[in-house]
Design a protein around this ligand. Sequence first.
Ligand code: GTP
Ligand code: MG
Length: 328
Amino acid sequence: MPANLTPAYLKADKWFREATTDEEKILALQEMMRVIPKHKGTEHIQADLRKKMSALKESAEKKKKASHGFDIFHIPKTGAGQVTLLGLPNSGKSAIVSGTTHAKAHVADFPFTTSIPLPGIALFEDIKIEIVDIPPITADFAPSGIINAFRNCDLIGVVIDLSGNIQEQVKVCFDFLESRRLLPDPNSPILDEDGKSLARKCFIIATKQDSAPPDAIDNLKKQLTRPIEISIISVNDKTSLDKMLADIFKLLDIVRIYAKKPGHEPDMKDPFVLPRGSTVMDLAQSIHKELAEKLKTARCWGSTVHNGQNVHKTHILCDKDIIELHFL
Ligand SMILES: Nc1nc2c(ncn2[C@@H]2O[C@H](COP(=O)(O)OP(=O)(O)OP(=O)(O)O)[C@@H](O)[C@H]2O)c(=O)[nH]1
Ligand SMILES: [Mg+2]
């Protein structure tokens, strides 16, 4: 009986063949097992997939033990959000990190300068945003394990050099993201074992505007096949870097909340950072689980309420709200 494999299966199979880590291969195999047509003609393939899966899980476990869990592409998260850069050699990734943070990213006019990831902390108003410099990819090369850096971040900054070959850069970067299921697909979201989406929010950082031809941005927009935010920068133009950080803040979809003790001035220096849509209860929980259980009510100062208005635990917080929590 013929297997009659579907395009969805063949796509997952391509993902599997291009995966460079056991973890990524496992994800691709899971997808293959999910989408394979289930009938007699595919029984031998399904059995083969199960065999591959158990061999891979064993190998992944062994490697993890041998490396003591060390992975250069696992970058611990810090600050209000982690933005990881993706781009071709010389596109200006390190210049972004050295222009916005104190990290000593090596900027040079030759390709493959960056060989290991380097995180830096950028300040946006009163919060810290982590920006991670990453070794480059090309049409036929991506460092082994690089996928892990993207899988765990909050936002991917696709770095496109406006003075270079825009068409090639867009194709290489978006093929990389597409083939690894990093691009959000609302029609068929792909989830990991914990039910978390594999895709990441992406935006474009268009670099070297100072040395780009006048039609570069139009040319870039023509190459894009999906709606995506574009931040246009030149590393020597601080205003453009500040605007990029403001764009990142918006894309991170977070709110800053200032806590206030009854009878005291609010702490306006070190806000709590929560996902947009969080409630007063979420705030209490992020401060302390036990406190949250004792939460009775709250008062709020902000743009959508009267100053000091009493609000319920389910009240949705807005950016820059000041909150006074009251407990039982
Ligand atoms: N004119 C101009 N040059 C820039 C800009 N940003 C980066 N460059 C130059 O572009 C070259 C490459 O910059 P890098 O930041 O090292 O590029 P990269 O993407 O980190 O390169 P790899 O580490 O090879 O991936 C350097 O000579 C930078 O000075 C910019 O906004 N304008
Ligand atoms: Mg670099």
